[in-house]
Design a protein around this ligand. Structure first.
Ligand SMILES: NC(=O)c1ccc[n+]([C@@H]2O[C@H](COP(=O)([O-])OP(=O)(O)OC[C@H]3O[C@@H](n4cnc5c(N)ncnc54)[C@H](O)[C@@H]3O)[C@@H](O)[C@H]2O)c1
Length: 255
């Protein structure tokens, strides 16, 4: 049974998660709810997100705030951040988790498709950070976690726009860490390995791909979303008070 650490400083913290309704994001929402934090999340998957909020209330007695939002709409995303701040107080933890790893061939990519991939996988991270900055400045502290991927480190093909966006996360994290650090705000990147979400299992987990994964990983395990949430809890809490501008890889030793 998974027994996460308890970080007392996360209790009653105001936390904002992008894509918090399913996959790793749902594990993030649940992990922070279980710490006693006030979690707000945006997602486009409305049915799953409402079901998650209901389940959190029943199982943990704490209902996260779900704001339906397509993160490609920067104004709507920043409005969601503002709404979360009004309801739960200034946001002190921002988890830039939402992404879409849709496969695409080189030949099929148009300028519009390329821009759309960046609008999902890269651009929102900057504009959520911009929106929480005044809140974190008022608090005198904050933690921002941007979600990268080991896919580009492994040299994976079949999704060049996604791997480009995910590599760019490192530059964003390090640049913002410098600008935000003077306000006591930390910015880090988590690089998940291959995490066994329902979506990954349904779309990509063939016997052959599983064999390749287990051969590549030092640890012969199937990484669960909770393993990523555990790292996010650490990076959000004061336990990582001196960690910023860094990449934290949770991939069972694959990359
Ligand atoms: N699962 C993995 O194996 C894996 C591996 C490496 C990196 N990652 C990274 O971890 C993070 C989470 O991955 P995941 O597998 O849970 O992803 P996912 O695709 O399963 O879920 C992402 C969430 O974001 C939401 N979302 C997608 N597009 C959106 C949009 N336009 N507006 C609002 N919400 C939107 C989805 O509905 C979903 O709830 C991503 O940044 C991903 O790149 C995941």
């Amino acid at each position: 049974m998974h027994m996460p650490a308890i970080y007392p400083d996360l209790k009653e913290r105001s936390v904002f998660v992008t894509g918090g309704g399913s996959g790793i994001g749902a594990a993030l929402t649940e992990a922070f709810v279980k710490q006693g934090a006030n979690v707000a999340f945006v997602d486009i998957a409305e049915t799953e997100s409402r079901a998650l909020a209901d389940r959190m209330e029943i199982e943990h007695g704490r209902r996260p705030l779900f704001v339906p939002c397509d993160i490609r709409d920067v104004a709507a995303l920043q409005a969601a951040v503002a709404e979360a701040g009004r309801i739960f107080g200034d946001i002190s933890v921002l988890l830039n988790n939402a992404a879409n790893d849709q496969r695409h061939t080189v030949e099929s990519v148009t300028p519009d498709y390329w821009d759309d991939r960046m609008a999902i996988n890269q651009r929102p991270m900057f504009f959520t950070a911009q929106a929480v900055l005044p809140m974190m400045q008022r608090l005198g502290q904050g933690s921002i976690v941007n979600f990268g991927s080991i896919s580009w480190k492994l040299g994976n093909g079949g999704m060049p726009a996604y791997t480009t966006a995910k590599a760019a996360v490192h530059g964003l994290t390090r640049g913002l860490a410098r600008d935000f650090g003077i306000h006591g705000i930390r910015v880090n990147t988590i690089l998940p390995g291959w995490v066994m979400t329902e979506r990954q299992k349904a779309l990509w987990l063939t016997a052959e791909a599983e064999k390749e994964m287990l051969a590549g990983q030092c640890l012969k395990i199937h990484i669960q979303p909770t393993a990523i949430a555990d790292m996010a809890l650490f990076l959000a809490s004061d336990a990582s008070v001196a960690c910023t501008a860094q990449e934290f890889t949770v991939d069972a030793g694959w990359s």
